[in-house]
Design a binder for this molecule. Structure first.
Ligand code: GLN
Length: 349
């Protein structure tokens, strides 16, 4: 009898040890102040229900293709630094990444040239003007403005090394693919639609040339930039790209170090300053998380050490930011207490 009890006790302690080990290893990558999986899933579900009927805003139409995207599409995805994916709604639909591409081309430029040279060549100040402003190119002391307005983004693309535009484009696409952990590709119809109507961006590239602030052939650079904006991503692929930044530059799904760890704070700081163009001040005031929007209707927000949220819903406000995506991320940030400027976001109650 006593020996049976002893055996039972040994078996019990062994399984307890095993269970705690499994628990520890599964949790090891988890930020100590990250919300639980249940909190994530229920908060996303609530946000989806709360905002799905919202009819504010209007699809971008200066790129003809975007005017015809179904404005009711709505998807939300979260990827955490411990590699968990939470999603709701239209997360399988591939939309064009548009200006969110600017974040990852900036990352690639810094891989090649380092942050100091990129900052010196592009600038980092918010323009207080629309993303495609031509007067800002004249007025801003750096002319290019910052890497997240069209002028600065075209100049950043022009910095990417390569024997010719085909090689540069291949390098950019491969880099985005590594950040997303998927093989991404161009949405050809978006590219054609934008390439046929991008006279404003071509004008910006010529003005940059006037000020010596573009670093390769201007029209070829605009063409590579137009391709990068036309890359198709789903909300969950985009969330993985953001989670790569949240995870010190290491893709949490593939384990590959894609972005140099030291460059990540620069990328996120610029998102905070200029990620939503002239909506960035209000965004910082109300939500307090670095984010970047694209006129395709998506916003990607990154919470360092915890994860990223990508929301896709095409109708935009006046500044070119998805109306529903802003509401969803604001709601989720509030419910999960992840405003970076609140001490509670790092566990101080
Ligand atoms: N491709 C778009 C453009 O150059 C990107 C703008 C955006 O998403 N804000 O206008």
């Amino acid at each position: 009898m006593r020996s049976t009890q002893k055996i039972l006790r040994i078996v019990f302690s062994a399984s307890f040890l095993l269970a705690s080990f499994t628990f520890v290893s599964a949790q090891s990558n988890r930020s100590p102040v990250a919300p639980t999986p249940e909190q994530f899933q229920s908060t996303l579900g609530n946000a989806y229900e709360k905002f799905k009927g919202d009819t504010g805003g209007k699809n971008a139409d200066y790129i003809p293709y975007l005017a015809h995207v179904d404005s009711k599409l709505f998807g939300i995805a979260v990827v955490t630094t411990d590699g968990k994916l939470y999603k709701v709604g239209d997360v399988e639909y591939a939309f064009s990444i548009q200006s969110i591409s600017k974040v990852f081309t900036l990352a690639l430029a810094m891989e090649e040239l380092g942050p100091d040279e990129v900052l010196a060549k592009i600038g980092g100040e918010p323009t207080g003007r629309p993303f495609n402003s031509i007067p800002a190119v004249v007025d801003m002391p750096s002319h290019a403005g910052n890497p997240y307005v069209n002028a600065g983004a075209i100049a950043t693309t022009s910095l990417i090394s390569g024997a010719d535009p085909v090689a540069k484009w291949a390098k950019i696409l491969a880099f985005y693919s590594e950040a997303s952990g998927s093989k991404l590709s161009l949405i050809d119809e978006v590219y054609k639609s934008e390439a046929a109507t991008n006279t404003g961006n071509k004008a910006i590239s010529m003005l940059l040339a006037k000020y010596d602030r573009i670093y390769a052939n201007p029209f070829e650079s605009v063409d590579v930039y137009t391709k990068q904006c036309s890359v198709g991503v789903t909300a969950d692929q985009l969330a993985v790209m953001g989670a790569t930044l949240a995870n010190n530059g290491k893709n949490p799904m593939t384990g590959k170090q894609v972005v140099k760890q030291d460059n990540v704070p620069h990328i996120l700081a610029e998102m905070m300053m200029a990620g939503l163009y002239d909506g960035s001040g209000q965004w910082a005031w109300t939500v307090g998380i670095p984010a970047k929007s694209g006129v395709g209707g998506s916003i990607l927000a990154v919470v360092p050490g915890k994860g990223a949220i990508a929301v896709f819903a095409p109708p935009l406000d006046e500044a070119g930011n998805s109306v529903k995506a802003q509401k969803v991320i604001g709601y989720v940030a509030d419910k999960l207490g992840i405003n970076l400027f609140a001490a509670s976001s790092v566990g101080l109650k």
